[in-house]
Design a protein around this ligand. Structure first.
Ligand code: PNS
Length: 191
C-alpha cells in the first residue's frame, strides 16, 4: 500500500523550475479514512461509496463490524471475504474487522476520519448524532457523501428481505454476493 513518508519538518516542494515552496505542516500525512459498517452483505451502494473514497484518499479501510447483538445472515469472516473480493481492484483499499467503538479502531489505526454515505434526509439525523458523538469521544471527523441516486433506496436489510422471498436483487449487489445469497437462502443458482 502506498505510503507517503512522514516527516517532522515542514516539507519543501519544487513546483516550477527552480522555485520551491514550503508546504503547510502535515501535508504529507497519509490520508487514511475508514468506511465502517455491517456489510451484511455488501451492496453496490456501499461499493460506490468505497470506490469514490478510494479516489479521494490515500488509504481506505473498510471496517466490518462484528456485532454480537445483531443476528447476521453472513458471518464476519464471510462479509470480510466478500468485501475483499469485490474491492480487489482498488490497491488503496483494505478490509478489516472491528468490534467495540469505531473511534477506538480509528485511534488504533491512525485514522482521522470516517466516510459515510447519506442516502436521504432520513439517514441524516442518526448519522449526525453518531458523527457528533464520535467527534466528542475522540475528535474523529465524519465526512458524508451523498449516495449515487441509483442506490438511494438500497440497504442490506432490504436486499436480504427481497432475496428471502425470491425477489430479484440483481444489479443491487455484486454478482458474487448474489451467488452467496442464493446459496445461504437455499435457493437454486441462477441459470
Ligand atoms: O452498516 P451499519 O450497521 O449501518 O453500520 C453502523 C456502524 C457499524 C457504522 C455503527 O453502528 C458503528 O460505528 N458501530 C460501532 C460501535 C460504536 O462506535 N458506536 C458508537 C457510535 S457513536
Amino acid at each position: 500500500m502506498a505510503r507517503r513518508p512522514s516527516g517532522t519538518v515542514s516539507p519543501r516542494v519544487r513546483c516550477w523550475h527552480d522555485i520551491t515552496v514550503d508546504l503547510p505542516e502535515g501535508w504529507n500525512r497519509v490520508r487514511r479514512v475508514v468506511c465502517p459498517g455491517s456489510f451484511d452483505p455488501v451492496t453496490n451502494g456501499h461499493l460506490d461509496i468505497i470506490g469514490r473514497a478510494a479516489r479521494l484518499y490515500d488509504e481506505v479501510v473498510v471496517a466490518v463490524l462484528t456485532n454480537i447483538s445483531k443476528q447476521a445472515l453472513f458471518t464476519t469472516d464471510e462479509r470480510v471475504e466478500m468485501l475483499r473480493e469485490v474491492t480487489v481492484g482498488y490497491e488503496n483499499v483494505r478490509v478489516a474487522r472491528f468490534h467495540g467503538l469505531i473511534v477506538d479502531f480509528c485511534r488504533a489505526n491512525d485514522i482521522s476520519a470516517i466516510v459515510k454515505g447519506l442516502r436521504a434526509v432520513s439517514d441524516f439525523e442518526y448519522e449526525q448524532m453518531m458523527s457528533q458523538m464520535n467527534y466528542r469521544l475522540a475528535g474523529i471527523e465524519t465526512l458524508f457523501m451523498t449516495t449515487n441516486p441509483l442506490y438511494a433506496y438500497l440497504r442490506s436489510s432490504l436486499v436480504k428481505e427481497i432475496a428471502r422471498y425470491g425477489g430479484d436483487v440483481g444489479g443491487l449487489v455484486p454478482e458474487l454476493v448474489l451467488v452467496r445469497l442464493r446459496d445461504r437462502l437455499g435457493q437454486p443458482p441462477a441459470i
